[in-house]
Design a protein around this ligand. Structure first.
Ligand SMILES: [Zn+2]
Length: 201
């Protein structure tokens, strides 16, 4: 909290935060284009506290800017935008003070709605990353994914079972007949896409 309180007074951090948000034509939301955590939350790097790096769920930052960091002590949860989890706009329906109970109720009521973001099969992180990646095509240079060949389709099923057992999100084993391959895709903790491939025959 003290790091957050100091960060809202630093023009460098405020400028860095603002540079990572963007308005989009046809959307009321304020879109986050920065880092996304394993749970699909926006992460803003605030600085160092001793030898430890401190990040914050990014939408807590504009709230602290607007209402003061101390106000977050009275707001256990910031309700998230109905449209997408990257939204940074402080406005009813986009971001508002909430409680764990209200948030859970809200989540439960929305997750079964057809077409709702929470039913997205990519999961919270996959969805956040896909949305963010759409927003920064210019930054999509460099590594797209790393692929490792394994001996057989059975190895893919085995790997999928191991990922599953460890609670790591992964795709289905998919057969790409035209390439003569089966593939299994997943991501490392930094969000780099990894893929295992096996010959089909
Ligand atoms: Zn929004």
């Amino acid at each position: 909290m003290s790091v957050l309180r100091a960060a809202v007074d630093k023009t460098e951090v405020v400028a860095r935060y603002q540079a990572k948000t963007r308005r989009m034509k046809g959307s009321d939301c304020l879109w986050w284009t920065g880092a996304v955590s394993a749970r699909g939350h926006c992460r803003l790097w605030l600085g160092r506290a001793g030898d430890r790096g401190v990040t914050v769920i990014a939408h807590r930052f504009p709230w602290a800017l607007e209402h003061g960091a101390a106000s977050l002590l009275d707001v256990p949860v910031l309700g998230q935008c109905y449209d997408h989890p990257l939204c940074q706009r402080i406005w009813p329906g986009h971001m508002q003070a909430s409680s764990y109970l209200e948030n859970a109720r809200e989540w439960a009521s929305r997750r079964h709605t057809i077409g709702a973001p929470l039913r997205d099969s990519r999961g919270a992180r996959g969805r956040s990353q896909s949305l963010r990646d759409l927003l920064r095509p210019a930054e999509r240079v460099g590594l797209d994914h790393v692929s490792f060949a394994v001996a057989s389709r059975a190895d893919l099923d085995d790997a999928a079972a191991k990922l599953q057992a460890r609670g790591i999100e992964h795709g289905e084993v998919k057969e790409l007949a035209s390439f003569g391959l089966a593939i299994l895709s997943f991501s490392d903790p930094d969000g780099v896409h990894l893929e295992l491939t096996a010959p089909l025959s």
